[in-house]
Design a protein around this ligand. Structure first.
Ligand code: ATP
Ligand code: MG
Length: 405
């Protein structure tokens, strides 16, 4: 049973958020770049909620949190910052045993639990107490206060103590971070973003690896409504939460589609559409200093996604084409889309530009020679040039995501 009298925090205690990142493989210059990008991203993610200085401390960060009421909102934002392993609302006290114990009692007194453990770590070894002593003594004090039992393997609550330099951090809640790498440490790529289920998930997976993304969407307005472009904009509002600023190129695709429809047999149209999309996307990628294209293609998911067709499609561009969903099943992709929050937007009804003029049975094995013969009858360069010229650029920002031309 927990005691009702609430122990007070020591007067010297400061409230912070303690952030841990995964350090595996980080050395020298890379580590500095990783840390700086992560700090910049955290500041951007919180920019409308919190302003202050983030302190670096032995592979951890401390974010002062003057107002405890901010915690729920700060927590929700930090959960979307790639590069964080976990984080905790914590209190900092001077590294003196009585103060550490008092802070632990104050935090533990606010909770109800039948079992607990104390987990202590020291970054400095020149302290007048060991981690083991701290665990035993603080554990005894918590037990005396609460009457709860110590359970080292499956405790209901863990009281964590981390002692660094002359400070100690105490916390009882550990929130899992999004992991991955901070967006911006892995250069840039251009995503071909439809408003379907797959390409937003492909984007998210690349963002998770630290790649900063720009986006291109092909539409058939005015032949179709604005719905697919509007859904794409809504998807970008979700994706911008992970990268804070993003650009979208909305490209009118109708002239390309009409040229293909007139000149190509139905079963080759999808492959030809994709080849034009890749050519146009590559041009825009150079403009945005991108090193790769990204698509939501998954092997064998639809007829245009056989290895033979992917090869014929990729053949038009020099940049590497990343297909982060290549090996994923649809169920896995859908589960991720739900988790990210893009599934509802992606499944709203709309007319995709590619549902226009798409035959019932597209070829699963396009021949490069046939494709090249067809394209020889098309003004390829002019069509690409016109599409690039007509592309409309929009910028998205988070927080306070707004679109502007
Ligand atoms: P998605 O759910 O992402 O639309 P899909 O399974 O429907 O994928 P396709 O329609 O064959 O697959 O498209 C394959 C990929 O081509 C997409 O994942 C996307 O990267 C790109 N793509 C398709 N249509 C468009 C479009 N209108 N604008 C931009 N990219 C597109
Ligand atoms: Mg699609």
């Amino acid at each position: 049973m927990n005691q009702t009298a609430v122990a007070e925090l020591p007067a010297a205690a400061r409230r912070v958020v303690l952030l841990h990142y995964s350090e595996i493989g980080l050395k020298g210059k890379n580590r500095h770049r990783f840390e700086q990008q992560l700090i910049d991203n955290i500041k951007l993610a919180l920019s409308d909620l919190w302003q202050g200085r983030i302190q670096r401390l032995h592979g951890r960060f401390l974010l002062p949190l003057a107002d405890e009421a901010l915690w729920p909102a700060v927590k929700a934002r930090l959960q979307q910052v790639f590069g964080l392993a976990n984080f905790s609302p914590a209190v900092v006290v001077p590294a003196e045993k009585p103060l550490i114990e008092q802070a632990c009692l104050a935090l533990m007194a606010r909770q109800r639990y039948g079992s607990f453990r104390v987990h202590a770590r020291r970054a400095q070894k020149n302290l007048p107490f060991t981690s083991q002593q701290l665990q035993v003594d603080v554990g005894a004090a918590i037990q005396a206060m609460s009457g709860a039992r110590v359970d080292l393997s499956h405790p209901e609550v863990t009281c964590y103590i981390e002692v660094t330099n002359d400070q100690a951090l105490v916390y009882t809640e550990k929130v899992s971070g999004a992991r991955g790498l901070p967006v911006g440490v892995s250069e840039r790529a251009m995503v071909l973003l439809s408003s379907g289920i797959d390409s937003p998930v492909a984007s998210w997976k690349m963002l998770k690896r630290g790649v900063r993304l720009s986006y291109v969407h092909f539409h058939s307005i005015p032949f179709t409504s604005e719905a697919s472009l509007n859904n794409t904009r809504r998807l970008l509002q979700v994706l911008t939460r992970y990268q804070y600023r993003a650009v979208l190129y909305a490209v009118p695709f109708l002239p390309v589609q009409q040229a293909i429809m007139v000149n190509a047999p139905p079963d080759y149209r999808v492959v030809l559409y994709r080849r034009f999309m890749f050519r146009i996307a590559e041009r825009l990628a150079h403009r945005e200093r991108c090193q790769a294209l990204v698509t939501g293609e998954s092997i064998g998911q639809v007829a245009s996604q056989t290895l033979t067709n992917l090869r014929v499609i990729s053949q038009v561009c020099q940049l590497p084409v990343l297909r982060p969903l290549a090996g994923d099943d649809k169920e896995e992709i859908v589960a991720l889309a739900r988790q990210i929050g893009t599934f509802e937007i992606s499944t709203e009804p709309y007319e995709d530009c590619c549902s226009l003029y798409v035959p019932r049975h597209p070829t699963t094995a396009a021949r490069l020679e046939t494709v090249q013969e067809i394209e020889a009858r098309l003004p390829v360069a002019e069509l690409v040039e016109a599409a690039v010229r007509e592309a409309q650029k929009e910028t998205f920002r988070f927080p306070a995501t707004e679109t502007s031309s």
